[in-house]
Ligand binder design. Structure first.
Ligand code: NI
Length: 212
């Protein structure tokens, strides 16, 4: 048997903990990945067609046709993204870094901003190559971005700004694989490893005649 005073102390401590939990504990306010993934699914019965587009890099107009002959890894995100984009771009960069020089010469990473209000082509020029020099950032008007996102089945939703004017953009997190001929041939889900990305690139490189 515990002494009575000790028992009272334990009950009091547990009570205090419960009160603290009830008033102060809040789950970490990150959106669960399952929700992002659910958004990432194209509407039932629809397969994104992919296809050509023209947007803007810091160097001027940039379109998918500029990269014919290269396997393109396409990712939609935004530079202020706190976690999902940096993780995905780091994996893309890791994959690009593990390609042989001749393979890398035939591979291009593209990062299309879903936040064109803040992500100017100049800002994207600072951001994307930071991960890997073979990744180029593209922006455009709100309408241009929406059209390309629709083509590829990328979904996104700008969230309400806080008091400081900061906002986040919820978005799907898929690495789209585009063949050297410009066809959307694969969608690597969020969390795909660098090895899986490399495999997807090599598969396309092997099935595309080299233009060199
Ligand atoms: Ni992101």
């Amino acid at each position: 048997m515990l002494p009575r005073t000790l028992l009272i102390l334990i009950i009091a401590a547990l009570g205090a903990l419960l009160v603290w939990l009830a008033f102060f504990w809040t789950p970490i306010p990150t959106r669960p990945l399952t929700q992002i993934q659910r958004h990432a699914q194209p509407p039932f019965g629809q397969t994104p067609a992919g296809g050509d587009f023209v947007l803007h890099s810091a160097a001027g107009k940039a379109g998918l046709t500029d990269y014919r002959g290269k396997v393109v890894l396409l990712y939609f995100g935004y530079t202020y993204c706190p976690d999902v984009c940096p993780t995905s771009l780091a994996l893309m960069a890791q994959a690009l870094s593990s390609l042989k020089p001749d393979e890398l010469a035939r591979t291009q990473g593209l990062f299309i901003s879903l936040d064109p209000e803040r992500d100017t082509p100049e800002r994207l020029k600072e951001y994307a190559p930071f991960f890997h020099p073979s990744i180029i950032g593209l922006s455009g008007s709100t309408e241009e971005i929406a059209a390309v996102a629709r083509q590829y089945g990328a979904s996104y939703m700008k969230q309400k700004a806080n008091a400081d004017g900061h906002y986040t953009v919820d978005h799907s997190s898929i690495t789209h694989v585009i063949s050297a001929e410009g066809a959307l041939v694969g969608n690597l889900p969020h969390g795909s490893s660098a090895t899986q990305i490399v495999e997807a690139v090599r598969q396309q490189l092997a099935s595309s005649p080299s233009r060199q």
